[in-house]
Design a protein around this ligand. Sequence first.
Ligand code: NAD
Length: 718
Amino acid sequence: MIYDGQALKVTKEADGVATLTLDLAGDSVNKFNSLTLNELAEAVDSLKQEPDVKGLIINSAKDVFVVGADITEFVNWFKLSDEELSDKLRDAHQIFSDISNLPFPTVAAINGIALGGGMELCLACDYRVMAQKAKIGLPETQLGIYPGWGGTVRLPRLIGVDNACEWICGGAQKRSEDALKDGAVDAVVPVEKVVTSARHLIQHVIDGKLDVMARREELRAPMVFSPIEKMMVFESVRGVVGAKAGKHYPAPMAAIKTMEKNVSQTIEKACETEIKGFVKVAKTPVAKSLVNLFLNDQYVKKAAGTFSKGADPVKQAAVLGAGIMGGGVAYQSASKGTPIIMKDIRSEALDLGLSEANKLFGKQVERGRLTNEKSMKALNSIVPALSYGEFEGVDLVVEAVVENVNVKKSVLAETENHIRDDAVLASNTSTISITELSKALKRPENFCGMHFFNPVHRMPLVEVIRGEKSSDEAVAKTVAYAQAMGKTPIVVNDCPGFLVNRVLFPYFAGFSLMMKEGADFQKIDKVMERFGWPMGPAYLIDVVGIDTAYHADQVMADGFPDRMTHDGKNAIDKLFEVERFGQKNEKGFYRYEQDRKGKPKKIYDPEITTLLAETVDAAGTNGELSDEDIIARMMIPLCIETVRCVEEGIVSSPAEADMGLIYGIGFPPYLGGALHYLDQMGLKAFCDLADKYSHLGKLYQPTARMREMADNNETYFQ
Ligand code: NAD
């Protein structure tokens, strides 16, 4: 034994080949925490002193290779001064550089996932052998930073500038065949052969068949470009990456800037360039938001795991309604392996639901993600039904019929008579109180909400709503089913709109108020899209459906009459009245036409101005609103309502609240969520801003607790 630590050990065989095995004690994965980094430094020192080493294999005793840096520790790195952070990075660089300078060949035997620092460790080795099913990648830009342990230096030298920019700026986890094609790894083999193949490579070096030192020199040298060539390469990637990342996400462009400088430098200088740029990018508010978001995501997944612990898995599901949502639920369940009965009262609805599912499976086959055989099997696991014939075998039923209390109550009560006593009923209602719906049931304890978002196959969030009488078991089974469907469930308490719609409708109210003053909805959409929303509010309401928004607005007004009612007819009321229901009937705020791919394309409709004119308040501002005004008037009600949901215990943590908004309505991720946004702005500054709009009503008035927190300089996150 050359080195024996808590995170890794190094052994040497009689033939002189040493093996460094990563195996972090007490953890299911290997990650670069300070213990691993310290031990890696000590192990490399021991290897430097060890006589007669002929080669080194770096492998892992776990299913993963290394998942990356330990983000929980990393957060503290970002709080260091520039000098301290640079020193920390320099220490890590030193270890990786020592590995790359060891006087014998080094091979990474990548058995499983190798990300971030894990991949940078592999890059410091002379060769990389990768298991067929492993994945490698540098996902740092998704956290608002870029690779900081040599990734921007070694990857372009290994696979070329174009490829390296694509790997680093895209941040994707690459499959073995792509890694081999791009030259990031030297061989791809079945997982059980990774170590033997690594040994063969070392033997080739020992036998003189491979000149490892020449390869090292080549990869260490500055890359050679003519000035025009260099400019052309970087200009073109800058164009592509800049357009894709957008102005709110500076890390990919910062990575390109760093690579543009460091590819022509000596390896030592290049590492310094990387460190300098990294320190800058790590200190941006975006990096803080995205790292916080990553931690919140982990928190939310862990919380869901706690809820579903011990729950009986759903082996057979059913969905009532084969409409937009019911069809989506059936597809998602079947595609993730839970067979599902799809019941409707109209056979045309069943045909449509099945043909939509068929289309989605077809796309998966086209993209090579599913074989024909598997797609047929999954499609066949959706069983259409017009009666309750097979419901005795069902473990959980999702109700997704029309949004009407009376219809829902009668359908739920009827269903309860056809399912087992232990089966769970879950409603996909967007707004109606779960406690209210449960009044129609004999077993209200077996009932809760399971609120999916549209389109079901794309939107990651599922709100699981606990009614007054919902049992822990019913909630647990529903959470477990959402997880089995590949979704991120968040458990919330019952109230009109639950978490997401309760927060979304005050945001829409902000929009309606500006419309009443004669504002231009196209301008509002543009401003909010530039601010980072995937679509502006008018467009979003069109997608949700004007009718849906209209009905939901009434539910919200009944639930929160102190702040969610409005006087007179607003724009949504008017469009509802003239049956402009949005995208679904091709007319809402915008008009919709199909593009060449058959997707709805929005177009300005001149008729709208006359239509909306009668909803404009004569005392309005005639639409003279600055961009800052628009942002403030949209964001303030949304943020305050999110706070109310936390203060009232509708959602149990700021992390769940923020992730709910990001996963449910596409809240701009670079802001980290509504509460993180408040933290970054500072509650005092936010309350001051809100006070300027306080005349607009209670939606614009911060809660007493917010003011108290502002006075005490408190934050929602650390
Ligand atoms: P939809 O109109 O597309 O589909 C409703 C389906 O229910 C229809 O096919 C109808 O035939 C069927 N149905 C009616 N009575 C039935 C019964 N007794 N038994 C079985 N089927 C019956 O509606 P949708 O948009 O899919 O919405 C369904 C539910 O999901 C609503 O509660 C809605 O609020 C909620 N929801 C909708 C969205 C969305 O964006 N559309 C998002 C989240 C939640």
